[in-house]
Design a protein around this ligand. Structure first.
Ligand code: KIV
Length: 261
């Protein structure tokens, strides 16, 4: 059985100057595919709310949904590190409930959890770490606070972001996602703190990059943030294939004899 990537492997790779790759996965198909591609980390992101559930944002995603997807991704993979993203409401109410929910992620097969926020989530990270749960931080644009920021933007200045990153590192996170943080600030944070940074729209000088599976493969032609690079046009290719199938069904070309019993 192949060895599962550990937190230590992730940190060693970053310390060695190698870049880390993280992609979201919510189902067996995406999980197996990203593992086969050699991606380091599978993030079972609460972006499942917008990519699969048809929601306008991530706020409606429930812990039960996340545990369901985490279990599937963990079950479908052997090597990749699986991180469960704690959804809105699962760690904001009180510390006991937050730790209980983080434990539920680990029981579902996650190897770590991710939560959004700066200095204010330090006590949570300390309690989770004490309980044996590795935590990934998330700073910059934090989609669960979209109603505070009035859209996808970062509402903190350089010094506050730096202090938040230092607080998260002191509290014991093993890595930090930097979302839409200006490239220069992301670079400064990356050099200043002792834990790997993983950027999304945060420039090239973080220790790694993360993209949402459906965004990077071009599932949604209408989602066009500046930071996104589409590595394939899934929407276009799938649409062509579906149209061809319909045409062949209608003109009798499909199925042919070799496709029949
Ligand atoms: O939910 C998610 O997919 C994320 C990434 C964008 C980092 O949090």
């Amino acid at each position: 059985m192949p060895k599962r990537t550990t937190i230590r492997d992730i940190q060693a790779k970053a310390n060695d100057g190698q870049k880390l790759s993280m992609v979201t996965a919510y189902d067996a198909f995406s999980a197996k595919l990203i593992e086969q591609a050699g991606i380091d980390i599978a993030l079972v992101g609460d972006s499942v709310g917008t990519t699969l559930q048809g929601r306008p944002d991530t706020l409606g995603v429930e812990i039960e949904h996340m545990l369901y997807h985490t279990e599937i991704v963990a079950r479908s993979t052997e090597r990749i590190l699986v991180i469960g993203d704690m959804p809105f409401g699962s760690y904001q109410v009180n510390e006991d409930e937050a730790v209980r929910n983080a434990v539920a992620f680990m029981k579902a097969g996650a190897h770590a959890v991710k939560l959004e926020g700066g200095a204010s989530v330090m006590p949570l990270i300390e309690r989770m770490s004490d309980a044996g749960i590795p935590v990934m931080g998330h700073l910059g644009f934090t989609p669960q606070s979209v109603n505070i920021t009035s859209g996808p933007r970062v509402n903190k200045a350089r010094d506050e972001l730096m202090e938040d990153a230092e607080s998260l590192a002191d509290a014991g996170v093993f890595a930090i996602v930097l979302e839409m943080v200006p490239a220069k600030i992301a670079q400064e944070i990356t050099s200043a703190i002792g834990v790997p940074t993983i950027g999304i729209g945060a420039g090239a000088h973080t220790n790694g990059q993360v993209l949402v599976f459906h965004d990077m493969l071009g599932f949604d032609p209408d989602f066009n943030p500046k930071f996104l690079k589409r590595f394939m046009d899934f929407h276009g290719q799938a649409l062509d294939a579906l149209k061809k199938y319909k045409e062949e069904v209608e003109n009798g070309q499909f199925p042919n004899e070799s496709q029949s019993y």
